[in-house]
Ligand binder design. Structure first.
Ligand code: KIV
Length: 260
């Protein structure tokens, strides 16, 4: 993704936001969002599930196609849902559907380790890949809850090693979720691909939020790393534009949105 690498190289922050349907996609494009993510977070914010695990590939393809209809210039990234990355042929099929039927331009995959083979295989077939490390929600049961990751030296070093490994395997972008701000800065500095944070501090190359969180309509408690951008504004587009502006000028996230 040459455009995003140039933004990183020039120190221009990347604003990414989730979208799940055509109307919200249109609003985010008008607001100047650089990257739209059809996240499997839709399982929680659209379907009311307790985790992202029940989301199916059919549902991801459906929502990705809806979002694609609302975009013309914005880069469209779609999540590979739980277990659709379990081996290379299954991941290849899932990516083909997200890109063919859904019209995504990039797929997002959680984890490293055994996933490195999948990243290499997709990348070798010119399928752009966004990796996702840190609090990877599909591993919530292994983590024992939605907890900040990489808090001690060993886990932080492992995450940096994983980040370098996904880059070598061919990832074009990396999302880091819920990690100490200092680790977010360190990984962003050491990688040449763009690193997008969500609860990873202000020094990543860009930021991503779940759109319902930044509109203040999270089902349940809004996460600490998010902010209600609709408060005091009179439209969804104005809220999204304020988010984009705050990401671009380094106003968001503030210290109160980060972890130590
Ligand atoms: O599913 C999602 O929306 C995500 C973002 C939180 C990065 O993965």
């Amino acid at each position: 993704m040459p455009g995003l690498r140039t933004m990183k190289a020039e120190g221009r922050k990347i604003a990414m936001l989730t979208a799940y349907d055509t109307s919200f996609a249109m609003q985010s494009e008008l607001a100047g969002v650089d990257v739209a993510l059809v996240g499997d977070s839709l399982g929680m914010v659209i379907q009311g599930r307790r985790s992202t695990l029940p989301v199916t590939l059919d549902q991801m393809v459906y929502h990705t196609a809806l979002v694609a209809r609302g975009l013309s210039a914005t880069l469209l990234v779609a999540d590979l849902p739980f277990m659709s990355d379990r081996d290379v042929p299954t991941a290849m099929n899932a990516a083909a559907r997200l890109m063919g039927e859904g019209e995504a331009a990039m797929v997002k995959i959680e984890g490293a380790g055994h996933i490195l083979d999948v990243i290499s295989a997709l990348s070798a077939r010119d399928i752009p890949v966004c990796s996702h490390l840190g609090l990877t929600p599909q591993s919530v049961h292994k983590f024992g809850g939605y907890r900040v990751q990489g808090k001690n030296e060993d886990t932080a070093d492992q995450m940096l090693a994983d980040a370098k490994a996904v880059e070598v395997a061919g990832a074009d972008m990396l999302v880091l979720e819920c990690i100490p701000s200092a680790l977010g800065a360190r990984i962003s500095r050491e990688l040449s691909i763009p690193v997008i944070g969500i609860g990873a501090g202000p020094d990543c190359d860009g930021q991503v939020l779940v759109v319902y969180d930044m509109l203040g309509i999270t089902p349940g408690k809004r996460p600490k790393f998010s902010k209600d951008f609709l408060a005091g504004r009179d439209s969804v587009q104005a809220a999204m534009a304020a988010y984009v502006e705050d990401v671009r000028n380094g106003q968001f996230p503030g210290p109160e949105h980060g972890f130590n």
